[in-house]
Design a binder for this molecule. Structure first.
Ligand code: ADP
Length: 481
């Protein structure tokens, strides 16, 4: 079976969030299941220079963007046996940000969609499955459906569209989309791309793909409701027969405290004495009081309203009335960044605020913290809580989306569970939960220790999920036959 992943980011080349982790790790796992899985990405200038130097040029041609011929180069690089292709156009992908966040995105990702379909004959690689990820690739199924059906080499391709976050919808004016792709008026109707007066790339993917997946079973249910659906719930209810939630995994070889080179000391479930050392190193690195008895709460996150920083802001002083310390690593909205910097100034030695994107430090926070906070407003899957569990940091989460599917709340009567959770998006519910966790850390160290053991034992590898994707692909191909 031949599968082509199309996405706007993938580890190890370019990452702004969990999408990159997924696209960087799932193909590797599928490859080991005897499938030919390749990945196509934009060639951003931000990709590490060493990788750019190792790429080989495959071909170049021009893509017809509604009458305008636009240069498209294709480079390739193989990493961990996965073949990656990079769509090159420096004018479009040469900026110092992955996403420009404005109307230019329309042309960038319309071009990317068109280029992906145009490179197939040039690579002589016609996949059975085109697996598209998030709104940036939403136009691929549309173009495949509208423009390429006359060519029998394209006709058999089945498309899967995965929603990693329904909040990001790729909304642009009709004029802009028309200018880029020259689609006819029939596409700009409520049954197709129209979305409250504009065109949506995300909706395009939802309407035109053969199958839709999202990244956890709970999120698959939630996005069919008005509360979580971000106004896409109608189309998702309409297509619910072809919508499925498949939980993400993490790259357990990369996220492994026994071999993680970013850590000052390594440890495993069987021998995790060095986790204490990691905590002391982290406290020292960030200027916190080096104190083993202070429960250290970590947070590694994009700073957007999704991630629940508002709750932290509301009860920060109450949290600091417990003996806890906190480390925040994140970047994003300037208001949240300022709040965190200010919190660190107000609580020197007890709060550290690192406003950065720093993979190594992220790993040291997972390893060095005792508790890991994720009070998300919504969370499609969430990888951070899985990484935290693997590093023996106990998650405190809101019961939503993938957090609900991966964190089992502690039950003191049965001594089961691997974390703490609260139901409503409410600062005091979160606070009580943090207080519980802190109390347990201080007063019941043996029970806390057993919970750490259970956390580190949990299996978040791609094994089960890759098998689920494989079954889904096979099912789609069987329907075609
Ligand atoms: P999302 O995709 O919504 O950002 P996830 O929990 O699915 O959230 O994935 C987040 C990923 O990005 C994790 O691998 C996390 O460690 C990483 N990450 C988030 N913020 C930072 C940061 N400031 N520095 C380094 N890594 C980060």
């Amino acid at each position: 079976m031949k599968v082509l992943f199309c996405a706007s980011e993938a580890v190890p080349f370019i990452k702004t969030g969990g999408l990159a982790d997924v696209v960087g790790s799932l193909p590797k796992k599928l490859l080991s299941e005897d499938m030919d899985v390749r990945v196509v990405l934009p060639k951003y200038r931000l990709i590490p220079y060493a990788d750019i130097c190792r790429m080989e040029h495959v071909c170049d041609f021009t893509v017809d963007m509604n009458g305008q011929n636009v240069y498209c180069g294709v480079d390739t690089l193989t990493v961990d046996k996965v073949v990656y292709y990079f769509v090159d156009n420096l004018a479009l992908f040469g900026s110092d940000r992955v996403y420009t966040g404005d109307e230019r995105e329309c042309f960038r990702f319309a071009f990317f969609a068109h280029a992906v379909l145009e490179i197939l004959p040039r690579l002589d690689f016609f996949p059975d499955i085109l697996h598209c990820h998030d709104w940036q690739t939403g136009m691929i199924p549309v173009l495949l459906h509208g423009w390429y059906q006359g060519d029998e080499r394209y006709r058999g391709i089945r498309t899967v569209f995965t929603i990693h976050n329904i909040k990001y919808q790729g909304l642009f004016s009709f004029d802009n989309v028309r200018r880029c792709l020259g689609l006819n008026d029939g596409y700009f109707t409520p049954d197709n791309l129209e979305f409250y007066g504009v065109a949506s790339f995300l909706k395009a993917g939802l309407v035109f793909s053969h199958f839709i997946t999202t990244v956890s079973p709970s999120y698959a249910e939630e996005i069919r409701t008005t509360y979580y659906g971000e106004r896409m719930d109608g189309i998702l209810r309409k297509r619910e027969k072809v919508l499925r939630g498949i939980l993400n995994g993490i790259d357990t070889a990369s996220y492994d405290p026994a071999h993680d080179v970013a850590l000052g000391a390594r440890y495993s479930r069987r021998d995790h004495g060095n986790k204490r050392l990691c905590k002391a190193f982290l406290q020292e690195e960030l200027g916190l009081a080096v104190d083993a008895s202070a429960p250290l709460i970590g947070m590694v996150t994009r700073l957007t309203p999704q991630k629940g920083i508002d709750l932290v802001e509301r009860v920060l002083d109450d949290i600091m009335r417990t003996p806890a310390q906190a480390v925040f690593l994140g970047s994003g909205d300037s208001g949240y960044e300022e709040f965190l910097r200010d919190a660190a100034r107000r609580y020197p030695g007890r709060i550290a605020a690192c406003i950065a994107q720093d993979e190594g430090l992220a790993r040291r926070v997972y390893a060095g913290s005792d508790l890991f906070l994720m009070p998300s407003l919504f969370e499609p899957c969430g990888l951070s809580q899985m990484i935290a569990l693997r590093y023996g940091s106990i998650p405190i989460v809101r019961e939503t989306g993938g957090l609900r599917d991966t964190v089992e709340p502690y039950n003191r009567y049965t001594d089961k569970g691997n974390g703490f959770s609260f139901r409503n998006y409410n600062a005091h519910e979160m606070l009580y939960c943090i207080e519980d966790a802190v109390r347990m850390y201080r007063e019941q160290p043996d029970a806390f220790e057993r919970m750490v053991m259970r956390a580190m034992r949990a299996d978040f590898s791609w094994k089960a999920s890759a098998a689920a994707y494989k079954r889904l692909y096979a099912q789609l191909l069987a329907q075609k036959g």
